[in-house]
Design a binder for this molecule. Structure first.
Ligand SMILES: [Zn+2]
Length: 540
């Protein structure tokens, strides 16, 4: 008779992530907890004769991956849109959008995502390019980084944007230099404050479908915990419904997005609302940890704030000026909220650190493990400040895929581009380095992310020269930053991220052993099984 409460995982090498015992032969699980990690014979005993046996078949067993920065419902929604990330040129982008429109004749809007600036002539799309394939209804085509959106004429009409619409705080409506008309290329807060609310206004059933699609694809890629980095109320309600139904197959730690309105009262009111959410949702499975602020844009869109201009002469200021950032950061820190600040350019990174340092001076050191998200191009002196201030570096190896860096590098110029994604410097500075994917801005696949972390090469094309290969991490270290260190960044380090007795039974089994075979083997590796809180959420 099988004792369904107990499981024995053996037959492969076990990489535990536990500094006290990095390697083992087997893991015994009882209900949702790990009860033993060690040699095979003792694990056998610990599990007992009736245990369910899970044979790793020579594959690597490791802690479930923790996506340290992701957008769960958006990932699910994105799966249903026209997919443009790997479309190499405008013709192919138009063809795919046209195909999607034809396949969805009843959709009120045509939706696509993932275009890269390098694929558009001049890097800036226009509504005419889109009107050519979607003349009849609004089309919203999000860039790969979701910081800009490409709208056709019908979409601009739906948004009520014309030549007289002023740019909102922190956003830009690109205009034709000759006619002054909006071109259809919309950036930053135009996207987050006007387009997202419109596109996110879907039924609960649809939000549930998006969440379920994301959870399924995450389980298949071996992810057992996710840090949700732009929580909206509708997504939270969907997560609560999924948890209630026993279908939340990943642990979620969430940061509520604080929208930049330019008005102190409404910005502080959002912090108060987030505080209530953190008090109401503090479970082991679903927790609201704090807030997320978007302090600049992206290097591709020339909206990341740099201390020196881009090579094309453009630049951007941080979306939050220092006064407004200080106000919100001090209030949130005082309320005990964990703060995550999106900052990609060196100027935005410096201003984020200034605000966090200021909050520590005003409120005292909080121990709240505030975080900066992305950190693509930082001044080395500021990198040292992260360590000193105890600020987590939340970074996304997949964003360093050299296959997508040509426009990024051209905008920064060679010297600055060489200093991008400086993971080892954050480690030297003593900062916690948490890895995530920022899905859906890039693939959610944990193994692909680990490949870039350990090689700095492109998963799609190994012939593209690696970006700073000297900054690739040993693969075992990459795994730690995608598991244990991401757990630490999210205050999950006593729950998950390691295989250790007493911890949650969150683990994955791969079909090979990439630590033995080398990072290239990750490109064909498969996740054979995902166990989350003792339950099998994926097996092939
Ligand atoms: Zn993000």
């Amino acid at each position: 008779m099988q004792d369904s409460e107990r499981s024995l995982i053996s037959g492969g090498r076990v990489f535990t992530g536990d500094p006290d015992r990095p390697w083992a032969e087997a893991v015994a699980v009882e209900a949702n907890r790990i009860v033993f990690v060690g040699d095979a014979a003792e694990a056998e005993q610990a599990a007992g004769a009736g245990a369910r046996r899970i044979d790793a078949q020579g594959g690597l067993v490791l802690p479930g991956f923790i996506d340290g920065h992701a957008h769960l419902v958006m990932t699910g929604a994105g799966l249903l849109k026209a997919q443009l990330r790997d479309a190499p040129d405008l013709g192919e982008i138009q063809r795919r959008i046209g195909d999607w429109a034809e396949a969805h004749p009843d959709a009120t809007r045509v939706l696509g995502r993932g275009w890269v600036h390098a694929a558009i002539p001049g890097g800036e799309p226009t509504r005419a390019m889109l009107d050519a394939v979607v003349p009849d209804r609004p089309a919203y085509i999000e860039s790969y980084d979701y910081h800009s959106c490409w709208a056709n004429s019908a979409a601009l009409a739906e948004l009520g944007i014309d030549r007289d619409t002023p740019d909102p705080v922190g956003g830009r409506i690109v205009r034709d230099p000759d006619t002054g008309e909006a071109t259809g290329y919309l950036l930053e807060t135009v996207v987050t404050e006007r387009i997202w609310p419109l596109l996110n206004r879907v039924s609960d059933e649809e939000t549930d479908r998006h969440l379920a699609a994301a959870l399924k694809t995450y389980a298949e890629s071996g992810v057992t915990s996710i840090v949700e980095m732009a929580l909206e109320e509708s997504a939270l309600r969907a997560m609560l419904r999924a948890a209630e139904a026993g279908q939340l197959t990943a642990r979620v730690v969430a940061h509520a997005i604080i929208h930049r309105t330019g008005e102190a009262a409404s910005e502080l009111a959002q912090v108060e609302a987030a505080t209530r959410l953190t008090q109401a949702h503090r479970g082991d499975h679903l927790r609201v940890a704090g807030i997320k602020l978007i302090s600049d844009g992206t290097i591709d869109g020339c909206t990341a704030a740099l201390t020196e201009p881009y090579t094309n002469g453009q630049n951007a200021d941080p979306i939050w000026d220092s006064e407004s950032l200080d106000r919100v950061v001090v209030a949130a820190d005082k309320a005990g909220l964990q703060i995550a600040i999106h900052a990609i350019g060196d100027k935005a990174i410096r201003s984020a650190l200034d605000a966090l340092e200021h909050a520590a001076q005003v409120n005292g050191t909080s121990g709240l493990r505030h975080r900066i998200e992305h950190l693509e191009y930082a001044d080395p002196q500021d990198i040292e400040r992260l360590g000193k201030l105890g600020v987590t570096a939340s970074m996304q190896p997949i964003h360093a895929d050299p296959g997508f860096l040509s426009n990024w590098a051209a905008m920064l110029g060679e010297q600055r581009a060489e200093q991008g994604f400086a993971w080892p410097l954050y480690l030297e500075a003593g900062a916690t380095l948490a890895f995530g994917t920022d899905s859906p801005t890039a693939s959610h696949e944990a193994l692909t992310n680990m490949f870039v972390a350990a090689s700095r090469k492109s998963p799609a094309d190994a012939s593209i020269p690696a970006h700073r290969p000297d900054w690739a991490l040993p693969l075992a270290d990459a795994f730690l930053h995608g598991t244990r260190e991401s757990a630490r960044a999210a205050f999950l380090e006593h729950t998950t991220g390691m295989l250790r007795p007493g911890f949650a039974a969150d683990l994955v089994i791969l079909d090979g052993d990439p630590i033995a075979e080398g990072p290239d083997s990750l490109l064909k590796a498969k996740v054979r099984l995902t166990l989350m809180n003792g339950e099998i959420t994926h097996s092939d």
